[in-house]
Design a binder for this molecule. Structure first.
Ligand code: ADP
Ligand code: ADP
Length: 225
C-alpha cells in the first residue's frame, strides 16, 4: 500500500505513520526526519535547508523533489511506503504523482488527520523526540517509561528547535495557507480519507485502520503476536 499522511503539525502524523508502516511492513518515510538528519550531519543539503526548517518555513520544492525522488526509488519502497510530511502544497502533490508514474505505480490513499487548531499547540509544546532513533513521545499524552530518556535506546530526549512557541505559530500559518488545495487535489481524485485525530493515540489508530480497510488484518496480527 502507498499512503501519504496530511494534517497540521502536531496532528499525530508521525505517531500513526510509524505504527502503520510496522503493520504493513513498508518504510515510514518522514521528510521532516530526513531534513533534520541532514542538518545534524551537516551535509550540503543540511546546510542549505537549516534556515528554512528552523524558521518553520517550507523548504523550496526543487530541493524536496530530489530528496523524495531518491528515497522512493530505493528498493525497500518498491512494495509500498507511508509518506509523512510530503506533499505540503499542490506543486509537490503533482510532483509526487510524476515520480510514482516514473516508477510505474500510483498512490492508493491520502489520509488527512483532522484536528482542532487549539489542540495542536498543546501537542507540539509537549513533544519530545529521540535524537538517535527518531521515536517520539509527549510529556503528558505519551510519556517515556523513565523520565526524559528513550524507551528503545536510552538516549536523552530533546525538544525540537521548531517546537518552540514562536516557530509553532509560523508553521501553523504556513500549513493553513498551503494545505486546503492539497486536500482538494486528493478529494477530486477520490483518494482522500479523513480521520478524526482528536481522540487518544489508540482511538485515532482504530479510526485509521477503519478508513484503510485494515481493521481485520490488524486483529490477526494482534492474535498471532
Ligand atoms: P511536523 O511533524 O511538525 O508536521 P515535519 O517534521 O514534517 O513537521 O517538518 C518539519 C519542517 O521540515 C517543516 O516545518 C519544513 O521546514 C520542513 N519540511 C518537511 N517536509 C517538507 C516538505 N514536504 N516541503 C517543504 N518543507 C518541508
Ligand atoms: P506530527 O507528525 O503530525 O507533527 P506527532 O506524531 O509528532 O505529530 O505528534 C505530536 C505530539 O503529540 C507528539 O508528542 C505525540 O506523542 C503526541 N500525540 C500524537 N498523537 C496523539 C494523540 N492522539 N493524543 C495525544 N497526543 C498525541
Amino acid at each position: 500500500m502507498r499512503v501519504v499522511f496530511l494534517g497540521p503539525p502536531g496532528a499525530g502524523k508521525g505517531t500513526q505513520a510509524r505504527r502503520l508502516s510496522q503493520l504493513l511492513g513498508v518504510p515510514h518515510i518522514s521528510t521532516g526526519e530526513m531534513l533534520r538528519a541532514a542538518i545534524t550531519q551537516g551535509t550540503a543539503l543540511g546546510q542549505t535547508v537549516r534556515q528554512y526548517v528552523e524558521a518553520g518555513k517550507l523548504v523550496p520544492d526543487v530541493l524536496m523533489q530530489e530528496l523524495v525522488r531518491q528515497r522512493l526509488s530505493e528498493p525497500d519502497a518498491a512494495n509500498g511506503f507511508v509518506l509523512d510530511g510530503y506533499p505540503r502544497n499542490v506543486q509537490q502533490a503533482q510532483t509526487l504523482d510524476e515520480i510514482l508514474g516514473e516508477l510505474g505505480t500510483r498512490l492508493d490513499r491520502a489520509v488527512l488527520l483532522d484536528l482542532d487548531p487549539d489542540l495542536l499547540v498543546e501537542r507540539l509544546s509537549g513533544r519530545l523526540v529521540c535524537p538517535v532513533c527518531g521515536a517520539n513521545y509527549h510529556r503528558r499524552f505519551n510519556p517515556p517509561k523513565h523520565d526524559s530518556v528513550c524507551d528503545r535506546d536510552g538516549a536523552t530526549l530533546v525538544q525540537r528547535a521548531d517546537d518552540r512557541p514562536g516557530t509553532v505559530r509560523a508553521r501553523l500559518e504556513e500549513y493553513t495557507k498551503q494545505m486546503a488545495p492539497v486536500t482538494d487535489y486528493y478529494r477530486q481524485r477520490g483518494l482522500l480519507a479523513v480521520v478524526d485525530a482528536s481522540g487518544t493515540i489508540d482511538q485515532v489508530w482504530r479510526g485509521l485502520l477503519r478508513v484503510l480497510g485494515l481493521a481485520e488484518q490488524a486483529e490477526n496480527v494482534i492474535e498471532e503476536g
